[in-house]
Write a protein that binds this ligand. Structure first.
Ligand SMILES: [Mn+2]
Length: 347
């Protein structure tokens, strides 16, 4: 990609524009596919997907790797953070526009530097997270509840979706079935509408949807051979000095690692006050656990604000580890509470 991306940039006349469509820094299935979908469906020229992680971290996302193998898109052709950094001088000669999908406030140093140092501007937003009320002139600016952000993207580009081939349809369907457990949970009207757009392309029935959901979930849950550091960065988002790693394993599973010392080095590496692990797993019923590590005083202060609203029941497994009484509360619900706490602390 490195060569190719710099090649593309070279072909862009100076002062002309390139649009980078970027998902959030967890770079989960929804973010990656939403960025690809927006880029592919947009009728403007030079609209390219930017995956908001280093290239080497992509392989940790085994569900996405699996999906890409079934598509005609080569992972080598995607742009990652390293590609941006190595093409920085060329980018500086170009006008960079940003479209945010699956988040609505720029995430990570590279994207923020594109804005602060190269004057990149956010020209479009399509998202299903809490509205941070930024970039109010962006167009489109669609922030709406949906199971999957890709549903909002597909509905925005309805006419173009009518022209895609079955392979793209299968790619675009993937976040939808992952985020809604096969169209069973957290399904909004916009998700149903998106499915209606894709079904004629796929000629799929209920059995196909279920099989594809299972195949993707199996790939996603395959953590074989991953180190704790891999698990920490596999599905990771940072909120100023608080990092939240989501994992599809239980806290018990993590006991095979040297958990606390590894968290210490993670905190140093990411320069965090608090590292949070959120687990989700099934054993007859669906569980979520949450665990905090870092500055004890800050953790206590944070817990003061969030333990009650999140319904956290203390566990004996590790210091500051809890079972979530309301397993519906994922990082999407926890993050705004963390942000409120950070605001109140002036951090
Ligand atoms: Mn999403």
């Amino acid at each position: 990609m490195l060569v190719k991306f710099s090649h593309i940039l070279r072909s862009v006349a100076e002062k002309s524009r390139v649009t980078l469509v970027t998902g959030n820094q967890s770079a989960d299935m929804d973010s990656v596919v939403s960025a690809i979908a927006y880029s592919t469906l947009s009728s403007k020229s030079l609209v390219l997907p930017l995956i908001n992680i280093p290239r080497q971290d992509f392989d940790l996302r085994r569900d996405i790797v699996h999906v890409m193998k079934h598509s005609d898109i080569n992972v080598k052709d995607l742009i990652f953070l390293d590609d941006i950094e190595s093409c920085w001088d060329q980018l500086a000669k170009t006008k960079v526009d940003l479209v945010l999908v699956d988040h609505n406030k720029p995430q990570g140093d590279v994207v923020n530097n594109l804005m602060n140092e190269l004057g990149a501007t956010v020209v479009g937003i399509i998202d299903h997270h809490e509205d941070e009320k930024l970039f109010t002139n962006a167009s489109p600016r669609i922030i709406k509840k949906s199971g999957s952000c890709v549903s909002l993207v597909l509905n925005h580009f309805k006419e173009q979706v009518a022209r895609i081939d079955p392979k793209l349809a299968k790619l675009f369907l993937s976040p939808l079935v992952i985020d809604t457990s096969g169209l069973k949970h957290r399904v909004e009207q916009v998700d149903k509408d998106a499915l209606e757009l894709l079904l004629p392309k796929l000629q799929a029935d209920q059995a196909f949807l279920q099989a594809w959901t299972n195949e993707l979930n199996t790939a996603k849950q395959n953590v074989e051979g991953l180190s704790l550091r891999d698990l920490l960065r596999k599905d990771y988002k940072e909120y100023r000095t608080v990092g939240i790693s989501s994992m599809v394993v239980s806290l018990d599973y993590l006991s095979r690692f040297d958990l606390l010392p590894s968290l210490e080095s993670w905190i140093k590496e990411r320069k965090l006050d608090i590292a949070i692990i959120m687990t989700s797993y099934n054993d007859k019923k669906f569980h979520r656990e949450i665990m905090f590590h870092g500055d004890d005083a800050k953790i206590r202060s944070l817990l003061n604000q969030i333990q009650e609203p999140l319904g956290l029941e203390p566990l004996a497994k590790y210091p500051f580890s809890f079972e979530q009484r309301e397993p519906v509360n994922s990082r999407k619900q926890v993050a705004p509470l963390v942000n409120n706490w950070l605001d109140a602390q002036g951090l």
